[in-house]
Design a protein. Sequence first.
Length: 247
Amino acid sequence: MKRITLIGFGEVGQTLADDLLARGGVRITAWDVLFDDRETVPACAARERPAVHVAGNAADAVRGADLVVCAVTAASDLDAAGAVAAGIGAGVPYLDLNSASPGTKQTAAGIIDAAGGSYLEAAVMAPIGPKRIASPILLGGARAAELAPGLVQLGFTGVRAYADTVGPASATKMCRSVMIKGIEALLAESMLAARHYGVEDDVLDSLSDLLPVGDWHALARYMISRSIEHGVRRAEEMREVARTVQE
């Protein structure tokens, strides 16, 4: 896997590009729907990385690729799959990192496989920041066990072949999100009200006594800041979580 295409150049795409290039021996091509506007974050990030080749559209971006990694927002999962279908090569792995429901992932798999590609479900089980490309990732699909070693060689050392079908990996991620995003929402509601009344420290100290999970002050600050920074993306993910429960 020497020629790698990144579909989506937000936080995850940029992180993967930097880590892959740091390891060397690969050619990175990127495409993002926001590249058309030169002032967007993805467009600026691409200009800051001259080693990343910027494609004109999704189909062109994946032509000749050995591996396609899709990291867009949840609501764009199927749009991204459809956009690359015209250009993806026969048997080329399509690593779908997006936070979507099992049903959405299965639909995306149908699009990619019908186009001749090889769909690989991926569920990222932690924020991308701490471990970056080595983050824990569950793989699903008929070729999950076969392709996992090659991904490890590229630097995806946290990958694990989880299921030979598409769906279980995303179900695990979505059910985890019920808890994590739920805690974030509860903390935001609690702390906004507590700050109004001037009692936030006492509330957090009380939580530390009841639920000893570490530093609640640091945890609240971190979780609320992540919700503010990535609110739109997380709202899309939570709609996929609701879809997972409905499915």
